[in-house]
Write a protein that binds this ligand. Structure first.
Ligand SMILES: Nc1ncnc2c1ncn2[C@@H]1O[C@H](COP(=O)(O)OP(=O)(O)OP(=O)(O)O)[C@@H](O)[C@H]1O
Ligand SMILES: [Mg+2]
Length: 300
């Protein structure tokens, strides 16, 4: 029987609808501009460059996923955008203004659960609103709106330990969005969830993003997650960290799991695999072989 091969298009060839969508996105204002970003850790003699020459523009309401090998500086990059860490050279501009520290215009959601365990779900979301000086009543009604948005209105009086991992992350998203940030920065937010909950959270996030005027910068290790969520995928390389490619996602919106079988998806996935997992010398050729069994028959 002869093997049949499916024709895979070039991942850069966009259908007319998708190309037109990118035209529209590029006409929107640039919200985040990163220019020649360089980060070193350590002092002069022992300084180590984490990444260099990172430059990019992100437009309003784009959904950007960041992928790259472990240690290439993805989290460090996001922390600098969030104003939690300083760069060694270069500049980050949000709405044209230089970022010089954390601010309400950037919301963050991390992989670890960061809710205050001693506060109810509603109080967790109200926290930032009250810090802004909103009075109790308006903070409470706004918190309720955000909890309804993430489908957790019924759990407003629960405590974080009474929620599943996915629910905790939905509260974390509501809490971050309640400050009405310009950009939502997410560092592997679904990394600790099981595969099924992760899929549900991905579609929740897309639904929320459609309703809110927010730009999303989202780190993931999961290539399928990046393909499902993003408008564009920033691929970072390592040693030192740098931008390898910034890919226009060719998969049309609205997204559905059925698209995982489409030609565009396969083309994108193959390219991402090529960039993230380049072919290497087979491990077995490099490892010293130590035989720990006397069994006569070899394992296939
Ligand atoms: N505070 C720090 N001091 C010194 N080195 C650091 C510090 N934070 C990060 N690094 C180093 O910078 C490099 C990039 O780290 P970073 O956490 O940004 O990588 P990453 O791409 O997010 O990795 P992962 O995918 O594993 O989360 C790593 O080599 C790390 O050891
Ligand atoms: Mg990281």
């Amino acid at each position: 029987m002869s093997a049949t091969s499916i024709p895979i298009p070039d991942y850069r060839s966009l259908s007319p609808d998708v190309a037109a969508r990118f035209e529209r996105i590029r006409q929107r204002p640039v919200i985040l501009s990163v220019k020649g970003l360089l980060k070193k850790f350590g002092t002069n003699g022992s300084a180590r460059t984490v990444f260099e020459g990172v430059s990019l523009d992100i437009h309003r309401r784009e959904f950007i996923c960041v992928i790259g090998p472990s240690g290439c500086g993805k989290s460090t990059f996001l922390r600098i955008v969030a104003g939690l860490d300083e760069c060694s050279a270069g500049e980050v501009l949000l709405d044209g203004k230089s970022v010089a520290g954390p601010g309400r215009d950037r919301g963050m959601v991390f992989q670890g659960y960061t809710l205050f365990p001693w506060l109810t779900v509603k109080r967790n979301v109200m926290f930032g609103l009250e810090m802004q000086g909103k009075n109790g009543n308006s903070a409470e009604s706004e918190a309720r709106q955000w909890l309804d948005m993430v489908g957790l209105g019924k759990f407003e009086d629960s405590y974080p330990h009474e929620l599943s991992g996915g629910m905790k992350q939905r509260v974390a998203i509501a809490r971050a969005l309640a400050n009405e940030p310009r950009i939502l920065i997410m560092d592997e937010p679904f990394g600790a969830l099981d595969a099924q909950t992760r899929c549900q959270m991905q579609s929740y996030l897309l639904q929320i993003w459609k309703k809110v005027d927010v730009t999303i910068l989202f780190i993931t290790h999961d290539l399928e997650e990046a393909a499902y969520l993003s408008d564009r995928i920033l691929v970072m390389g390592t040693n030192p960290g740098r931008v390898v490619e910034f890919i226009d996602n060719p998969i049309p919106r609205p997204r559905s799991p059925a698209q995982f079988l489409s030609a565009e998806y396969l083309a994108l996935k193959m390219r991402l695999e090529e960039l993230i997992h380049p072919p290497v010398e087979a491990e077995e050729d490099r490892l010293p072989m130590v035989k720990l069994t006397n069994a006569g028959d070899d394992v296939e």
